[in-house]
Design a protein around this ligand. Structure first.
Ligand SMILES: *Cc1c(COP(=O)(O)O)cnc(C)c1O
Length: 383
C-alpha cells in the first residue's frame, strides 16, 4: 500500500511561479494593476476571446452576468443539476428559478434535447457546463438559444484549453472560467469572464469594482483614481495582482499541463480496462479537444457489495484521495426541502450522482501514482 497520501488534485507551482509572486509582493502594488491587464491580454490571445475581465472567482463572474441581465423573480434559468452548486445558489439568490435539464448518461454533458424541452416563456438564460474537460454540444445549444433569442453563458470552469469543432472554448459567445486550485491553471482563487461583446465586458469591468468608471488600477494616476465616481452600484470582485501574476505564469505552462493530463488519462483508460466494475466517462461523439480537467469514473454499484461513498472511504484508507464532481444539486437538502425537488426528476443525473468519483489527476502525477490507484481500486474490490 502507498505510504504517502495521493490527493485527487494538486496545483503545479514552480520555483519561477513563486519568484514571480514574490516580485509582485515586493513591488509596492499587490492588488489589481498591470499584472491583471497583462493576464487578461494573454488570456484573450490564448482563447481567442474578444474581451476578458479577471475576477476573484468564476462564481463572481456568473453573479455579475445575472446582475447585468437583470435576472430576478419570475425568470427561469436552465442549467444542469450535475454542476457545482455555486451556479444554482446564485440563481436562487437573485430570486429567479433554476430549471434543471438532464445530462447525457455517458458524457455527463447537458443534453440539447433536454434544454429544448425545458424552455418556457419565462426562460431568460441557459448555462451549459463543459464537463470534466470535454465540451458540451455547442453547435446545437447555440442554435437552440439563438432561435429563441435566449442569452447563453458557458460554464467553462473545466474547459481551459478545450476545443469544440476546432474553436477554443471562450472564443465564441460568453463564458466564465475558474482558477480555483483544482482547475487546469490556478491563481489561488480567481476567475475570468470572457465575451465577444465589448459592451458586456465593459459593464462587467465596471461592476466588478464598486461600479466606479475605472478599473481598480488606473495607468495615468499610477493607482486608483481618487476622482472616480460611482456610475452604478457595483460589487467588489476584483483579482489582486499577486494572484494575476500567478495566472500569467500558469497560462504560459497550460499546454504542457494539459499534455501531461492527457498522458495520465490515456494510461488510466488502458489500466481501467482490467476492472469491469469501474468504467470511465465516454468521449462525446462530436469534434472536441479534451483538456482532461477531471478523470471521472463510475462504480457499477449494481455489481458490487459496496456503495460509492464507502468506496471513496476505503480508497482514502489506502492513501488514495478522490473527488465527487458532482452530487446532483437538485437532491441537496435545501433544494429538496424548500423547492420540492425530488428523485425521479432527472434520471441520468441521479444515476451518475450515485456512482461517480474523480480519480487523482494532475500534471505532476507519475505513472507509478496511477499504478498505485489501480492497485487500491482492485484491493477494495478484492480482485
Ligand atoms: C469550480 C467550478 C465553479 C466555480 O468556480 P469558482 O472559481 O470556485 O467560483 C463553477 N462551475 C463549475 C462546474 C466548477 O467546477
Amino acid at each position: 500500500m502507498r505510504t504517502e497520501f495521493l490527493p485527487f488534485s494538486r496545483p503545479s507551482i514552480s520555483e519561477e511561479d513563486i519568484a514571480a509572486v514574490s516580485d509582485v509582493l515586493r513591488s509596492g502594488w499587490i492588488t489589481t494593476g498591470v499584472k491583471n491587464a497583462e493576464f487578461e491580454k494573454k488570456f484573450c490571445e490564448y482563447t481567442g476571446c474578444g474581451g476578458a475581465v479577471a475576477l476573484s472567482s468564476a462564481t463572481a463572474g456568473m453573479h455579475l452576468l445575472l446582475h447585468t441581465l437583470g435576472i430576478g423573480p419570475g425568470d427561469e434559468v436552465i442549467t444542469p443539476s450535475m454542476t457545482w452548486v455555486s451556479t444554482i445558489n446564485l440563481i436562487v439568490l437573485c430570486g429567479a428559478t433554476p430549471v434543471f435539464a438532464d445530462i447525457d448518461k455517458d458524457t455527463l454533458m447537458v443534453s440539447p434535447e433536454a434544454i429544448q424541452e425545458r424552455i418556457s416563456e419565462k426562460t431568460r438564460l441557459i448555462i451549459p457546463v463543459h464537463f470534466a474537460g470535454a465540451s458540451a454540444d455547442m453547435a446545437q445549444i447555440r442554435q437552440i438559444a439563438s432561435e429563441r433569442n435566449i442569452f447563453l453563458v458557458e460554464d467553462a470552469a473545466h474547459a481551459l484549453g478545450t476545443e469544440c469543432n476546432g474553436e477554443r472554448i471562450g472564443k465564441l459567445g460568453t463564458s466564465v472560467f475558474s482558477f480555483h486550485p483544482i482547475k487546469n491553471i490556478t491563481t489561488g482563487e480567481g476567475g475570468m469572464f470572457c465575451a465577444d461583446d465589448p459592451n458586456l465586458t465593459e459593464r462587467i469591468r465596471r461592476l466588478k469594482f464598486h461600479g466606479l468608471g475605472v478599473d481598480a488600477y488606473d495607468r495615468q494616476t499610477q493607482g486608483r483614481s481618487p476622482q472616480a465616481q460611482v456610475m452604478e452600484p457595483g460589487y467588489k470582485y476584483n483579482l489582486p495582482d499577486m494572484c494575476a501574476v500567478l495566472g500569467l505564469r500558469q497560462l504560459a505552462r497550460l499546454d504542457e499541463f494539459n499534455r501531461k493530463r492527457a498522458e495520465i488519462a490515456m494510461y488510466y483508460h488502458k489500466r481501467l480496462s482490467e476492472i469491469e466494475e469501474i468504467f470511465p466517462l465516454s468521449i462525446p461523439n462530436y469534434s472536441i479537444k479534451h483538456s482532461w480537467h477531471l478523470f471521472i469514473v463510475r462504480l457499477d454499484i449494481d455489481k458490487t457489495a459496496i456503495n460509492r461513498d464507502d468506496f471513496m472511504n476505503e480508497l482514502k484508507q489506502r492513501n488514495i484521495g478522490t473527488g465527487l464532481h458532482f452530487r446532483a444539486a437538485h437532491l441537496q437538502k435545501y433544494y429538496v426541502e424548500k423547492m420540492g425537488m425530488r428523485r425521479g426528476m432527472l434520471p441520468n443525473t441521479e444515476w451518475n450522482s450515485d456512482r461517480i468519483l474523480s480519480l487523482p489527476l494532475f500534471p505532476d502525477m507519475t505513472i507509478t501514482d496511477v499504478n498505485d490507484v489501480i492497485d487500491a481500486l482492485k484491493d477494495v474490490l478484492k480482485k
